[in-house]
Design a protein around this ligand. Structure first.
Ligand SMILES: [Zn+2]
Length: 76
C-alpha cells in the first residue's frame, strides 16, 4: 500500500480576535500571601493594584499575565 500526501503551502497569519480584549491578572509571589488581581481588561489598573499592594505590605514581586484571544486566518 502506498501512502500519498498532498502538501499545500498556504500562508497564514495570527492576530488578536477582533471581538476580544486582552485580560490582565497578577498575583503576589510572597509565600503564603495569596493576594491577586481579579481578571480585568484594564492593564494599568492591574499595575496600580500591584503597586498599592506593595505599599500596604512591602510585597514587591508579582506574576503578571496578559491573555489574548487569537485567531488564525488564511492570507489571501
Ligand atoms: Zn502579597
Amino acid at each position: 500500500m502506498t501512502v500519498k500526501a498532498a502538501l499545500r503551502f498556504v500562508t497564514h497569519r495570527i492576530t488578536r480576535h477582533p471581538d476580544s480584549e486582552p485580560t490582565f491578572t497578577a498575583r503576589c509571589l510572597k509565600p503564603d500571601c495569596g493576594w491577586s488581581v481579579a481578571p480585568t481588561s484594564d492593564g494599568e489598573r492591574a499595575d496600580v493594584d500591584c503597586m498599592e499592594h506593595t505599599g500596604r505590605t512591602g510585597h514587591a514581586i508579582f506574576a503578571r499575565t496578559c491573555e489574548t484571544v487569537a485567531v488564525v486566518v488564511r492570507d489571501k
